[in-house]
Design a protein around this ligand. Structure first.
Ligand code: UT7
Length: 325
């Protein structure tokens, strides 16, 4: 049986120039490098420059991914940007990226699932490819979370950063087995009743202002460990695979303790886990594609490797995906 698969043919990333260290934060807030490192694993984060927008970050990552794929922007049929920090309320940041790239043949829209956004965007693009509606897609996670942080709230502002990552997907035919290259499956969930644990206290239809991120950290942590382990097991079972088949585990980068806890629960050894939180912090929808970018750049993730991704974010939303690189 021949099936259409969405194969990753290029991976790119972009981080803003400015680095903000824990020590710098400790000079203006009642916090310390030691607290931030111990509780989250973060030592620094990147911050977008004044005037540098989510679309700029996303466009840079997309250009990098296109170049890695040997594609031009005109080859792309679909652009999906996962972001919770769009340039404007509308239009979609994806259309701004489209114009900046000159991807004239593409349709473009945003996906909003906060930190799970990249998994949702990948699932969306994969379904467009599998249905035959497009033959190629750019899937981008891009965020300027620094713009929605309350810089007086030490419980949240120390945890997040800015950045963007991107994948180019191309339709190829596979045999319909887990030996195929490409997206093997995605698994998405949400529970809107958990809104109050992680949200932004503003928006066009409520306050008319952008608002700031609010989080019940401990509660989010509790849900993260349980739900991310569940959704990764769901991905493995759906494909009749076990944790020992995974070459690389690339989780959302929210907290080193959550990453370690989930990997341990799954029985995945530390040397198979891609961790970028120490230098990137939590870049929400950008964290997984940035981690994929780092691990392809340093040659850890190679062609035919089996990669497991998973994330949880505001909504709540959570999801996983299995990709044979
Ligand atoms: O990406 C979306 C998903 N997000 C997540 O998955 C984040 C999940 N949550 C977490 O990662 C952790 O809960 C945090 C890193 C946010 C916090 O770690 P925690 O171990 O849960 O700490 P806590 O919130 O219980 O705070 C412990 C103490 C508190 O003081 P008291 O009440 O015990 O006296 C806080 O006020 O640490 C205090 N605290 C800080 N101290 C120094 C909170 N933030 C800071 C800070 N510096 N930046």
């Amino acid at each position: 049986m021949t099936v259409r698969r969405s194969v990753v043919v290029g991976c790119g990333g972009y981080l803003p120039e400015k680095v903000l260290t824990n020590d710098e934060l400790a000079q203006r807030l009642d916090t310390s490098d030691e607290w931030i490192r111990d509780r989250s694993g973060i030592t620094q984060r990147y911050i977008a420059a004044e005037g540098e927008m989510t679309s700029d970050l996303g466009t840079a990552a997309a250009r990098d991914a296109l170049s890695a794929a040997g594609f031009t922007a005109a080859d792309i049929g679909l652009i999906v940007v996962a972001t919770s920090t769009p340039d404007e309320t509308f239009p979609a940041t994806a259309t701004v990226v489209q114009a900046k790239l000159g991807a004239d043949k593409a349709m473009a829209f945003d996906v909003q699932a906060v930190c799970s956004g990249f998994v949702y965007a990948l699932a969306t693009a994969d379904n467009f490819i599998k249905s035959g509606q497009v033959d190629s897609a750019l899937v981008i996670g891009a965020e300027t979370f620094s713009r929605i942080l309350d810089w007086q709230d030490r419980g949240t502002c120390v945890l997040f950063g800015d950045g963007a990552g991107a994948l180019v997907l191309k339709a190829e035919s596979g045999a319909g087995t887990t030996a195929d290259r490409g997206v093997l499956s995605t698994h998405l969930h949400s529970d809107g009743r958990l809104h109050d644990l992680l949200y932004v206290d503003g928006g066009p239809s409520s306050t008319g202002e952008v608002g700031f991120l609010r989080m019940e950290g401990k509660e989010v942590f509790r849900h993260a460990v349980v739900k991310m382990a569940e959704v990764t097991v769901e991905a493995l079972e759906a494909n009749d695979l076990s944790a020992s088949d995974i070459d690389w585990f690339v989780p959302h980068q929210a907290n080193k303790r959550i990453i370690d806890g989930t990997a341990k629960k799954l029985g995945i050894s530390g040397d198979k886990v891609v961790v970028t939180i120490e230098s990137h912090a939590n870049t929400s929808a950008a964290s997984i594609p940035l981690a994929l970018w780092v691990a392809t750049q340093d040659q850890r993730i190679k062609r035919d490797d089996l990669v497991l991704i998973e994330a949880l974010g505001g909504g709540m939303t959570w999801g996983s995906g299995l990709v044979r690189w």
